[in-house]
Write a protein that binds this ligand. Structure first.
Ligand code: ACO
Length: 322
């Protein structure tokens, strides 16, 4: 499978660490060395649907395809204001596509899970071109009185148009529900007259940051090595290692482990924060926009998230530099 177009859209409101310290007991001095985050974009009067649509239209235009050429729309999203219909319904309507669509929740690894589904559709002959969109507003899962979680996240949407390639995409997906408690966010639904109020529902995200950090580094090392072995490639064959932007220190740990130069591990977390499944496609689009990716380049994508799930894949850049 190859990527033939990308696009992104982020909220206009930029929030610095100093702005957070006006209402939270935190500081730039605490946040930067532990996470690498300086600023993040947070949704104010936009909707997540607006961002997902803008990113999709840009990716479609970048691919040179028309709406009628898209055979499927997959949207990766952990949660948004609409329980139903799926976010991908809004995307279909606004882009003028007429194909089927659905949303998936692969947590922060959702973009890689969507790529895997797309590759399977393509290799079963059911689709040639697929629009994948990752759109997340994680800042709305946080309790903004809790400095442990709220300083880490940002919002955004990014999209990629992917197209059939004769070689199946090398991919590794894993899940271990023994660790499902390291990141949880429970939402209240309507209460029926037939049940007692669920007092146990916690209305904001719970994040065991140190456990996530440890697991992220352990799993990424394991998955990247296994994926390279599976694909019969050396680290030097990969143009860029594009890791989920959860913490700059996690990226640094993987880079040091692989003994590859830091330039092969582009990051955006300094100005994006953690945008869940949108982080990898946001990173791809920003890197491509700088003219750093050329036709035929191999990108190794790696992400991890609540569940605990992980995903790693090697995709080909299928167009001239952006
Ligand atoms: N500002 C100031 N102090 C803070 C803040 C803050 N924002 N947050 C926590 N602290 C305090 C704690 O209360 C603690 O104080 P104490 O020592 O008096 O008890 C102290 O700082 C140290 O806290 P630690 O949790 O030990 O800090 P650590 O160095 O582990 O860094 C962090 C925390 C940044 C969350 C790190 O563990 C991390 O990045 N983990 C990964 C998190 C992650 O990826 N989350 C994404 C989840 S979803 C996904 O993408 C998979």
């Amino acid at each position: 499978m190859k990527i033939i177009g990308t696009g992104r859209a982020v909220p206009k409101h930029t929030v610095s660490n100093d702005m957070l310290s006006e209402f939270l007991d935190t500081s730039d001095e605490w946040i930067v060395p532990r996470t690498g985050i300086h600023t993040r974009q947070i949704i104010t009067d936009e909707t997540l649907q607006d961002l997902a649509i803008e990113a999709s239209k840009k990716a479609l235009a970048d691919s040179g395809l028309e709406a009628k050429d898209i055979d499927f729309i997959l949207c990766s999203n952990v949660a948004n204001n609409y329980v139903t219909p799926a976010m991908s319904a809004f995307i279909q309507e606004a882009t003028g596509c007429t194909c089927p669509f659905f949303d998936i929740n692969g947590a922060c690894a959702g973009f890689i899970y969507a790529l895997d589904i797309a590759d399977a559709y393509m290799h079963s002959g059911r689709a040639k071109n697929i629009l994948i969109v990752a759109a997340e507003e994680v800042t709305k899962f946080c309790n903004w009185k809790q400095r442990e979680t709220s300083v880490l996240f940002g919002d955004g949407a990014a999209a990629a148009v992917v197209s059939y390639d004769a070689e199946p995409m090398p991919v590794i997906l894993t899940g271990d529900a023994n660790y499902k408690d390291v990141i949880t966010y429970r939402r209240k639904l309507e209460q029926t007259p037939f049940e007692q109020p669920d007092k146990a529902v916690n209305e904001a995200m719970i994040l065991k940051g140190r456990d996530v950090f440890r697991m992220a580094v352990t799993c990424a090392k394991r998955d990247i090595k296994a994926l390279l072995d599976k694909a019969g490639l050396q680290p030097s064959d990969i143009k860029y290692f594009m890791l989920h932007q959860a913490n700059k220190r996690i990226v640094d740990a993987i880079q040091e482990h692989l003994e590859m130069p830091a330039e092969k591990f582009p990051t955006i977390i300094d100005h994006s924060g953690n945008t869940s499944s949108a982080s990898v496609p946001l990173l791809i689009d920003e890197t491509a926009e700088k003219g750093m990716i050329n036709e035929g380049d191999l990108l190794l994508l790696d992400a991890f998230g609540a569940g605990f799930v992980t995903g790693a894949a090697i995709v080909k850049w299928g167009k001239k530099s952006k």
